[in-house]
Design a protein around this ligand. Structure first.
Ligand code: B16
Ligand code: MG
Length: 215
């Protein structure tokens, strides 16, 4: 495998490119209510980057309830239906501050731009945000068996961009994502709340604070 000269940038989606993690939270709250369990902001933090399936398993275990397999599948579908309905008016106005500009500048400076999101809705969201064409490779929840904090998706992102993990820089808002990328020696940049991202190599509040010269 050849090493690209410039680091390859691997972007998370929910919470890094757009604020859809608040939509996930709202959609899961109703699932919690069905299980007589109130999902807390701390719970939501632990769900960031975690697949839909694994998120529901966590919520069921927090609730102390048990559900049959058909109910499990129904809860997953209903949550996703609510989530998708809440995104009906998503547009490029919902790209987080500074991200679009950073990606355009990075591309102009020959960095590869890759997405790795646990979301099975990632391509639809990137299309609505009107930025899907900017990505050299996309890995999403449909491409992996093991979601974050397992490194499988990051390994695939490195493979598709023909970059060694040590030359990949990952932008993530979730501790599960930081943990996954750290495991295979990628540089991790935490975006958002410093408390939950302490394992990242560096932490920024948002992309307006980040300069391409930092890499
Ligand atoms: P979906 P990311 C993750 O996206 C979200 O952080 C997480 O809350 C969600 O459960 C997961 O995608 C699956 O999403 O239900 O759309 O397939 O942060 O890895 O971009
Ligand atoms: Mg995220």
């Amino acid at each position: 495998m050849t090493k690209s000269k410039r680091p390859t940038f691997i972007f998370d989606l929910d919470g890094v490119i757009t604020k859809t993690e608040t939509h996930h939270f709202e959609a899961w709250k109703e699932t919690g209510a069905f299980l007589n369990y109130q999902i807390t902001p701390e719970n939501n933090e632990a769900l960031k980057g975690v697949s839909r399936n694994d998120s529901l398993k966590k919520i069921i275990s927090w609730s102390g309830k048990e559900v049959s397999s058909p109910v499990f599948d129904r809860l997953l579908k209903e949550k996703n239906d609510r989530y998708l309905a809440s995104l009906s008016s998503l547009s490029e106005d919902d790209i987080m501050d500074g991200v679009h500009e950073f990606i355009l500048e990075a591309k102009a400076n020959n960095h590869q731009i890759v997405l790795y999101s646990s979301s099975k809705n990632a391509k639809m969201i990137l299309t609505k945000l009107n930025i899907i064409a900017l990505f050299d490779a996309i890995v999403d929840g449909n491409d992996v068996t093991n979601s974050k904090p397992h490194p499988e998706g990051f390994e695939l992102a490195a493979l598709l961009s023909n970059t060694v993990p040590q030359n990949c820089v990952v932008f993530e808002d979730s501790s599960s994502g930081i943990l996954a990328a750290n495991q295979i020696g990628m540089t991790t940049i935490g975006i958002g709340d410093a408390k939950s991202l302490s394992m990242a190599s560096r932490i920024y509040e948002n992309f307006k604070e980040i300069s391409l010269n930092d890499f």
